[in-house]
Design a protein around this ligand. Structure first.
Ligand SMILES: Cc1ncc(COP(=O)(O)O)c(C=O)c1O
Length: 440
């Protein structure tokens, strides 16, 4: 992952001004200047949204061809399958092969579902709650003090799934190489710890790609619970911003070395490749897990939308087609990320306010502000009309213990709007920091 920007003093000519160490008088003056700017912003009635990591309209336009690819030859059959009809529960073989090639997982272990990987994660968790993680395992709803590990900052919707089933959420520290594996190894000694959420590549929201050592340590885990499962949500597997993407060691391969493929479920989707909410999602795991999951899924549905799967197969052709398409996304996204980072460097670094990740892919930048100022920054920004992801959302129970993390989503606004929003955010962050240091 991109490194974190460290606080460094601002030196323009002879001026050095770090808020944290500035004299009271200097801070008072700074606050006045910031408030003046803040009032000017207020008058401009901003209405800017940096809250959710959605593709922008120009990204969605890259996939226009999906809408016509079937019409061209009225193609509804493919390799012997009539995609208009019931059947082929595991998904169109060509679609499974495409995911197999992209993720380097055996075709036989891949199940292609509907359009949402999050739904597949929810359903997998729900199956564990109701039926247990394998035939004969105790349903998790019968486990007292059920616990799920939540690397934090992390993805709020993962935490929400476990919480909605009544599991206790245990925060695990995120480091620059992935979740703190000492903590993970320690927690899994507890037999009531049954799962962990992971976004291993360009993690939401830090942008961290797990190091090879982290992946190996995941593969080597010896949990006390034999129904412990890793929910490996590879949502940003193909989402590089730069030509040389960050490599992620293949967890499936690592697990296979010791015959433990069933310890993980791997998920991915094309939501941020083609259409968010209208793409194709998949999951994969060891043979036993897949057979068990399938035996329940077949009671739920006869098959998923194979016409949409066919559309994707025809639109991309092969894995190279997906990579070429993702380069077009990167052309749109990269300047947005760079805009935000440039403004942070210009506005926040000189006064020593916060530190931030510099992701080389994915959808988010994680901004850590001085402790105790994230909620205040959020409120100040909201008053200006700038919507940010809810403070605390990146932590279990929506509570950031240090009140410092903000998840920045640069993808949706166009550059002009993003520039205004980021500048306004920086102003609010600076004001909140000055207030904090003045109240010491
Ligand atoms: C880590 C992660 N997983 C899953 C999703 C949602 O995926 P899907 O659209 O396939 O349900 C998101 C969307 O932001 C995400 O950030």
């Amino acid at each position: 992952m991109g490194c974190k920007s460290a606080n460094k003093p601002y030196m323009r000519g002879m001026v050095v001004m770090l808020y944290e160490t500035a004299a009271h008088g200097e801070l008072i003056k700074e606050k006045e200047a910031l408030l003046k700017k803040y009032d000017e912003y207020k008058k401009s009635n901003l209405k800017l949204d940096m809250s959710r990591g959605k593709p922008s309209p120009s990204q969605l336009e890259l996939s226009e061809g999906l809408l016509t690819v079937l019409n061209e030859d009225a193609q509804t059959r493919f390799e012997g399958t009539d995609c208009r009809n019931y059947g082929v529960l595991d998904g169109l073989p060509a679609m499974r092969k495409l995911f197999a090639a992209l993720l380097d997982i055996p075709y036989e272990n891949i199940f292609v579902g509907g359009s949402s990987s999050l739904q597949m994660m929810f359903d997998t968790f729900a199956r564990h709650m109701i039926f247990g993680a394998y035939k004969g395992a105790a349903p998790l709803c019968t486990v007292k003090n059920l616990k799920v590990l939540c690397p934090a900052p992390g993805y709020d919707r993962h935490f929400a799934i476990a919480q909605c089933f009544g599991a206790q959420l245990i925060a695990v520290k995120m480091t620059a190489s992935g979740p703190d594996m000492d903590e993970v190894e320690n927690y899994v000694k507890d037999p009531t710890v049954k799962a962990i959420w992971c976004v291993p590549k360009y993690s939401n929201p830090t942008g961290v790609t797990y190091s090879p050592e982290t992946v190996r340590r995941f593969a080597a885990l010896e949990p006390a619970a034999d129904d412990f499962r890793i929910f490996w949500d590879n949502a940003y597997a193909f989402h590089d911003l730069y030509d040389r993407g960050e490599p992620l060691l293949n967890l499936y391969e690592e697990l296979k070395k010791t015959g433990k493929e069933n310890m993980a479920y791997i998920f991915a989707s094309f939501s941020k490749v083609t259409y968010a909410g209208g793409s194709v999602a998949m999951m994969a795991s060891g043979k036993e897990n897949m057979e068990f999951s399938r035996s329940i899924i077949e009671k739920q549905t006869i098959c998923n939308d194979k016409l949409n799967q066919l559309r994707h197969v025809l639109f991309f052709g092969n894995a190279e087609g997906v990579y070429a398409h993702m380069k077009k996304h990167a052309e749109i996204l990269r300047p947005k990320f760079e805009t935000v980072l440039r403004i942070f460097e210009r506005e926040l670094a000189p006064v020593g306010v916060g530190s931030w990740t510099k992701p080389r892919g994915g959808y988010f930048i994680s901004l850590d502000l001085p402790e105790g100022t994230a909620a205040r920054t959020y409120e100040l920004a909201k008053t200006l009309g700038v919507t940010l992801t809810n403070v605390g959302d990146t932590f279990p129970y929506g509570k950031d213990p240090l009140d410092r993390n903000l998840r920045i989503a640069p993808s949706f606004p166009e550059i002009e709007e993003l520039t205004k929003a980021t500048e306004a955010l920086c102003l609010c962050a600076k004001l909140a920091a000055v207030e904090k240091y003045l109240s010491r």
